[in-house]
Design a protein around this ligand. Structure first.
Ligand code: FES
Ligand code: FES
Length: 222
């Protein structure tokens, strides 16, 4: 008998391809949404993503994604409450600079390596480029604008001016925010201890020795 050559099962293959493509898209949607939900506590975002399940056409999936793009966040920054609708992926750094226009906090590396973006969250120093804004509801965020101002400088700001603790000034906000937080941290009294405590703040101008002098002056008075 002549055996008919087996035809490729084109219909099933098409189904498989389509199913696989939709599955991959749904999978990515779910993974992305899960990351946001875990990071922000916005579990309703995950629930909404779950409702956009396999079988939806591309247009409706895309609409679901865009509708759930933003989350509502209430942020306490420098003692002022801000109501914001932001992309859940917005870093605290971008939120401060782009949404609240508090540009004293600087973006250097955007990778947690330079310390230029240092702010305080509930009094602890944080690299704001590594932290999602939506995770800070209910916490007190303090930026360089919140610790002093012209005519009423924080003692650490005044000491940086007095000791020339900067040259170009790009790293200075982060240096000062770290230095202020350091005042409440259990480091030793030596210059070496200060250098260790400030090792996360890079100064490309190399103003390190003056920075240490400024910090030590404030620590002694404190
Ligand atoms: Fe955040 Fe460099 S900009 S650590
Ligand atoms: Fe220029 Fe520090 S003062 S990078």
């Amino acid at each position: 008998m002549h055996n008919e050559p087996q035809q490729p099962e084109t219909v099933d293959d098409d189904h498989a391809t389509s199913f696989e493509r939709v599955s991959r898209r749904s999978f990515l949607t779910r993974v992305g949404a899960a990351g946001v939900a875990v990071g922000t506590g916005q579990l309703h975002t995950l629930a909404r993503a779950d409702s956009g399940s396999i079988g939806e056409d591309a247009a409706s999936t895309s609409n679901t994604a865009s509708e759930s793009d933003s989350v509502h966040v209430q942020l306490n920054v420098n003692g002022t409450l801000h109501q914001l609708d932001i992309d859940p992926r917005t870093t605290l750094l971008d939120c401060l600079r782009e949404h609240l226009h508090l540009t004293g906090t600087k973006k250097g590396c955007d990778h947690g390596q330079c310390g230029a973006c240092t702010v305080h969250v509930d009094g602890r120093r944080v690299n704001s480029c590594l932290s999602l804004a939506a995770t800070h509801e209910g916490e007190a965020v303090t930026t360089i604008e919140g610790i002093g101002r012209p005519g009423a400088l924080h003692p650490m700001q005044a000491a940086f001016v007095e000791h020339d603790g900067f040259q170009c000034g790009y790293c200075t906000s982060g240096q000062i925010m770290s230095a202020v937080a350091l005042l409440k941290e259990p480091y030793g009294h030596s210059d070496e201890d200060v250098k260790e405590a400030m090792s996360g703040n890079i100064c490309r101008c190399g103003a390190y020795s003056n920075i240490v002098c400024a910090i030590q002056q404030v620590r002694r008075k404190a």
